[in-house]
Design a protein around this ligand. Structure first.
Ligand code: HEM
Length: 426
């Protein structure tokens, strides 16, 4: 096999398959060979060039003109005619939001929509997150075991996302139900027989998101990031477009929900796999903020991101013609010895942990990163305080096969309820 530029493809590059369990279980380990020997390679199976080193990936993020983010939300597995017809029948037109918008449109829009993410603005959401975390833990604290994903970590970030966006309470359940299909539709590899069902779910999600947006327009002074966008549109209709608002109404839920749910599940798994570290954290909760960064570095919830080459260029001496598609494996960059000393070591005191690329980097870097950090810190504060004696149950972890969004579907933990600190304190 050959690359589009006519070079031979190495055997390992030909075998690279991000939908395989090896990648799902541990992406940086799965591409260790590349990071060490062939830092950029062409995957004939995917039709993408794959980047695995920190410096290369950071340089790509830094130059969003040569490396356009326009393919970030493109379907990685093109769907068949039948599924496309289903999507069209719903008027599905998910388009540019922020994450996949090129300059010069992107920056003015990002700036116009930034204020709701300032630390002062985010403080308003903190009591809600804390209250939700306490209520959910109350429900299972006497059970001695829980699936933290099903019983807490999946639902709370979704509720927080819906509140942050400003979705009316009565529409939350419907949007909750539809949102998961979008991940499979964009980053997964649904089988042909699944594609049609996924298309119906995505089509419904799209239409419902449109209806919710119309409702928000009736009350543009209500709190919420979408209402903020609606108000900005009145001032700058060319910056905050209708297409942006409808697309973000749908994509924003996924951006804020699954990333954070998965990041917390990954973090708890990693911490409980290192009982000494977990004990240290319980004894000194002051370590939590840096532990969150180290968890995002070591086992983040976005494993890889995408860019499109807009003009002929080179990376590591490899020619990349305009039109080349890049899969940038940020989770591999986060384990690059060239940037992180003893990179595979899980060290919650690591002083450059926050250099990780899990939130991307540069002009498109995640706008919601401080909301995500706040949620993760609160979850860890509640767990270390109320369930310091929990441990990981025997289990095999499963992941939804896709290139980018990564977290265990279930996370079983157990503890002795008779030893709950709150019981002892009474
Ligand atoms: C962009 C990851 C949580 C909103 C991004 C990007 C990544 C990412 C990789 C693309 C960065 C780039 O191209 O350089 C994550 C992770 C999260 C998380 C790992 C949780 C742990 C959130 C939350 C929100 C959010 C809670 C809240 C609404 C956004 C937005 C963008 C973005 C609006 C687009 C920024 C732009 O293109 O200018 N995120 N995200 N994210 N994220 Fe997040």
């Amino acid at each position: 096999e050959r690359t589009p530029t006519g070079c031979p493809v190495s055997q390992r590059a030909a075998g690279f398959d991000p939908f395989e369990d090896g990648y799902q279980q541990d992406p940086p380990e799965y591409v260790r060979w590349a990071r060490e020997q062939e830092p950029i390679f062409y995957s004939p199976r995917l039709g993408y060039w794959v980047l695995t080193r920190y410096a290369d990936i950071k340089a790509v993020f830094r130059d969003n003109i040569t490396f356009s983010p326009s393919n970030a939300l493109e379907k990685i597995t093109p769907t068949g005619e039948e599924a496309n017809a289903v999507l069209a029948s719903y008027g599905f037109a998910l388009n540019r939001t922020l994450v996949n918008e090129d300059e010069p449109a992107h920056m003015p829009r990002r700036r116009a929509l930034m204020d709701p993410f300032t630390p002062e603005a985010l403080k308003h959401h903190e009591p809600m997150v804390r209250e939700l975390a306490r209520t959910y833990v109350d429900r299972f604290i006497d059970d001695g075991k829980a699936d933290l994903v099903d019983q807490m970590l999946w639902e709370i970030p979704l509720t927080v996302a819906l509140h942050f966006l400003g979705v009316p309470e009565e529409d939350m359940d419907t949007l909750r139900k539809y949102s998961i299909a979008h991940t499979v539709n964009t980053w997964g590899r649904p089988k042909p027989e699944e594609q049609v069902a996924v298309a119906h779910a995505v089509g419904n999600f799209w239409q419902y998101a449109g209806k919710v947006l119309e409702k928000m327009r009736q009350d543009p002074d209500a709190p919420g990031w979408m209402q903020y966008g609606i108000r900005k549109q009145m001032l700058h209709p060319e910056v905050v477009t209708d297409s942006y608002l409808h697309s973000m109404m749908m994509a924003g839920i996924v951006a804020a929900h699954e990333t954070t749910a998965n990041a917390t599940a990954n973090a708890m798994k990693l911490l409980l796999q290192h009982p000494d570290v977990w004990r240290e954290l319980c004894e000194d909760p002051g370590l939590i903020p840096n532990a969150v960064e180290e968890c995002l570095r070591h086992n983040g919830s976005v494993a890889a991101w995408r860019r499109l080459v807009t003009k002929d260029t080179q990376i590591d001496g490899v020619d990349l013609p305009a039109g080349s598609r890049l899969l940038i494996v940020t989770s591999s960059a986060n384990h690059d010895e060239g940037h992180f000393a003893d990179a595979d070591l899980f060290d919650i005191r690591r002083d450059n942990a926050s250099d990780h690329l899990t939130f991307g980097y540069g002009s498109h870097q995640c706008m919601g990163k401080n909301l995500a950090r706040m949620e993760m810190q609160i979850f860890l504060e509640e767990f270390t305080r109320r369930l310091p004696h929990m441990r990981l149950s025997e289990q095999r972890f499963s992941y939804v096969p896709n290139t980018s969004f990564r977290g265990p579907e279930h996370l079983w933990v157990e503890w002795d309820p008779a030893a709950n600190p709150e019981r002892a304190n009474k």
